[in-house]
Design a protein around this ligand. Structure first.
Ligand code: PPE
Length: 298
């Protein structure tokens, strides 16, 4: 927290923390995986760059540079002694002035790490999850900065998640106000149709530009698949041969059904399986070609 290593129990803040009241924080979700040469952080520089972009969008002056933040992430993972973990950097407006003007509050930075297993469950990862199109539309970029991974933005995801879970589904997919597929509550979406991989143009549909999504596009093309970024409508989900979600926490998750319509055979398809295994090989440092995606904690 703000440059100091703090024990888990002592990682506390004041109740008048500005970001707690107004949702004015920005964060990242990163994973470190166990490799034969110790824990390695996946695409650390890209995550820190996005964190700083999010802060810039919210007009927050981050007191640390990218290099310092990368080193702080490595130091936190090292201190935790964990071989694999989830990493949550957060830049937030602290305790200072109350009232909406964020420019009067101090900018604080914290990095937390903890072990986090399969985000949508082990069964979901193996057999595919149940996805439901949400009645909540994804933010429109005219009212919220959809490129920023900002804490307050997640009310949108939270509402969609509650609706889906209460209705018995694993995850929600949000559409744009124009009815195009945008993203899951914490994941980007991919379809496979006739051997071609399709995914929405994330910026155009107000989805976060996922780092997992970008990695999966590279992996897929390197495996010889054609990947096309195009606008997708709800029925495209129903007739896809395969559907899968990507995200740091979620990793690569097969979708077994959308709105109770079985996707393909109902089992994770061959393309999804190949992408899943290529992804896990890359993050675990088993593919020399993607070594530059890993930052060893040392
Ligand atoms: N869309 C949203 C809305 C999102 O939150 C994430 C990550 C993604 C797409 C995928 O982005 P990337 O991780 O760069 O591939 N969601 C983070 C938070 C999840 C949470 O429950 O907290 C994550 O996966 O870490």
């Amino acid at each position: 927290m703000d440059g100091e290593l703090v024990d888990w129990e002592d990682a506390k803040i004041h109740v008048l923390t500005h970001s707690l009241h107004y949702g004015t924080g920005v964060f990242e979700g990163i994973r470190a995986y166990e490799t034969t040469s110790g824990p390695a952080v996946f695409r650390l520089r890209e995550h820190i760059a996005r964190l700083l972009r999010s802060a810039h969008i919210l007009a927050m002056e981050t007191p640390y540079g990218a290099e310092q933040l990368c080193e702080a992430v490595r130091a936190t993972v090292r201190a935790s002694g964990l071989q694999a973990c989830y990493i949550r950097p957060l830049i937030y407006l602290g305790y200072g002035e109350m009232g909406l003007n964020p420019l009067l509050s101090p900018v604080n930075v914290s990095i937390a790490v903890w072990p986090w297993g399969a985000y949508l469950g082990d069964a979901g990862m193996e057999k595919g999850i149940r996805l439901k199109v949400s009645s909540w539309a994804r933010h429109d970029s005219r009212s919220m900065p959809t490129a920023a991974k900002a804490t307050g933005m997640y009310i949108n995801s939270s509402l969609a998640k509650v609706e889906a879970v209460r209705a018995g589904y694993d995850e929600a997919l949000m559409m744009t106000t124009d009815g195009y597929c945008s993203e899951g509550t914490g994941e980007n979406i991919f379809l496979v149709r006739d051997g071609v991989i399709l995914t929405p143009p994330n910026s155009a549909v107000g989805a976060l530009e996922g780092i997992t999504s970008a990695s999966v596009i590279t992996l897929a093309r390197d495996l010889g698949y054609e990947v096309s970024e195009q606008l997708l409508r709800r029925p495209d989900l129903y007739v896809a041969d395969e559907v899968f979600l990507t995200g740091t926490a979620a990793e690569v998750v097969p979708v077994g059904s959308v709105d109770d319509r079985v996707v393909g055979t109902g089992e994770p398809g061959p393309v999804t399986r190949k992408i899943q295994s290529a992804y896990f090989a890359a993050v675990r440092g088993e593919t020399a070609r993607y070594e530059s995606w890993l930052d060893r904690v040392g």
